[in-house]
Each structure stands twice: as C-alpha cells, then as structure tokens.
Design a protein around this ligand. Structure first.
Ligand code: HEC
Length: 108
C-alpha cells in the first residue's frame, strides 16, 4: 500500500488529464455516483468536490475499506476499484474540478 502512495505522489505531480478523468468516471464510477445531483448509491461528485480535498478523494479511491470511518461512514459499500494510478489521479482531479469556486476554500 505504501508503494502505491509513493507512486501516486509522483504521478500527481504530473499534470492530471481531466478529460481522461471524465472517461474513467463514466466507466468505473457512474453506476454509483451521479454528477448532476440525480442521487445514487454514493454521493454526487459535486458534493464530494465541495467539501473534500483532492488528497482525500485519492485516498478513498485507493482504500475505501479502511478510509470509510475517517470519512464518517459506519459501513463500507464501495469496493476497491482496480484502475491504473494515472486513472486514479485523473478521476480525482476531475472530481476536484467540478466545484471550481470551492477549490481554494477547502485547501486549509
Ligand atoms: C458499487 C458502487 C460504487 C462504485 C462503483 C464507486 N463508488 Fe464511491 N462510494 C460508494 C458508496 C456507497 C460510498 C459511501 C461510502 C461507502 O460505502 O464506502 C462511496 C464513497 C465514495 C467517496 C467518499 C465520498 C465522501 O465525500 O464521503 C469517494 C471520494 C468515492 N466514493 C469515489 C469514487 C470513485 C472516484 C469511483 C470510481 C473510480 C467510485 N467511487 C466508484 C459506491 C461506489
């Protein structure tokens, strides 16, 4: 697990590809997370964008089964999704970009 984090750290230094992030979203997340507030099993990504930092989004994608308590959930229904580190970074960047105004407010 540590290796993945180190890897991700370097990957996230490179510019993320938001367009690819949207593709990753459609393929791997859209079944459970909406982006137009339609409501779904998981939270709409606008809400996630609104109050989560990118590093927290990265963590949840990598290890939902150990992060869920820190995020305030009492149980974990989201499976670990097997995607490349680049795709993890791109989809996290995509989610982070949804609420642009909030981006600077949640950094502290
Ligand atoms: C099978 C349904 C499912 C899929 C597929 C899924 N999720 Fe989730 N996700 C959930 C559920 C349900 C939660 C609520 C906590 C839990 O059960 O783990 C959640 C929680 C989250 C959270 C924490 C939200 C918050 O602010 O509290 C993030 C971030 C997240 N998911 C990102 C993703 C991303 C990115 C993908 C695609 C790569 C994805 N999820 C795919 C069901 C899913």
């Amino acid at each position: 697990m540590k290796k993945i984090f180190i890897w991700l750290f370097f990957v996230s230094l490179a510019a993320a590809d938001i367009e690819n992030g949207f593709e990753v979203y459609k393929t791997h997340c859209a079944g459970c997370h909406s982006i137009k507030m339609e409501g779904s099993m998981g939270r709409d990504f606008n809400l996630v964008s609104y109050d989560r930092k990118k590093e927290d989004i990265l963590r949840y994608i990598i290890e939902p089964n150990s992060a869920f308590r820190d995020f305030g959930y009492s149980s974990n229904a989201m499976p670990k999704i097997n995607i490349k580190p680049e795709d993890v970074n791109d989809v996290a960047e995509y989610i982070d970009s949804l609420q642009k105004f909030k981006k600077w407010m949640k950094k502290s």
